[in-house]
Design a protein around this ligand. Sequence first.
Ligand code: ADP
Ligand code: MG
Length: 274
Amino acid sequence: MEKIQAAIAKARATRRGEAAAPPPAGQTDQPIVHPPGTDEAWAALPSLTPDLRRLVEAHVLTVTATPESTPFDALRTRILQQMRAQGWRRLAITSPGPACGKTTLALNLAFSLARQPDLRVILAEVDLRRPSLSRILGHRPTHSFADVLRGTHRFADLALRVGDNLAIAMSPTPVHSPAELLHSPGVAEVLAGIEASYAPDVVIFDLPPMLATDDVMAFLGQTDCALLVAAAEATKVKEIDVCERDIASRSNVMGVVLNKCRYRDNDYGYDYGY
Ligand SMILES: Nc1ncnc2c1ncn2[C@@H]1O[C@H](COP(=O)(O)OP(=O)(O)O)[C@@H](O)[C@H]1O
Ligand SMILES: [Mg+2]
């Protein structure tokens, strides 16, 4: 166990070192130069044009800049600033219990980030027991991100490109006991391989809830930071406390998003704390 922790710490330190080396995208006047071969890798991904009406029905409101996208865009900017400042690239989204709005937030952040053309964004579905991206995006790929984590398929076999700079890897087929897979030593190598091939600026992992299973704890060590989504009037303060502590033991707490607020000062129901 200590060996695994040490390996995870080493991998994270290496990632931070790599991320800190080049200037963050969009922060210099220099044209953006992506690592050799990565432009071709992005261009080779099959493209997906999601059905806008379906997205809006699923409360995904950030495909274009509108008054409805504003709270997500503000959250995106704060998260991006913090990730750049820390040299972080991998953002997990989780919650204490189910149906707090993780997938909805993950999609809104992914589309909001991708509206910045200098960024490359990957969204990966890691809620392997209850996947939902396939339904929301109206597309059912043959392979799953679980296959990529297992090492039986390549990211390129299933990821779809939305526009030029957002790649989405879904997990359409539920996996019954994913904790072992998420904890397996090969996962770190797979994720490092994806980063080497696609040079993303941000990788968002749409994770399961924390309290029912150990899936999230098995995977958090692969991430740089995590956003905790709580549902107003459903999530208990004690649950938020426990989850924050657990996240801090494996990754970094980016903040807590309070979702589904009936009384709020923005139009959508998100409040961000931290
Ligand atoms: N702020 C919100 N207002 C209204 N409905 C929401 C909001 N956030 C999420 N939902 C809805 O709540 C349900 C659960 O959201 P989802 O993102 O799938 O949660 P999770 O991924 O945490 O299980 C979905 O039907 C989603 O459209
Ligand atoms: Mg979900």
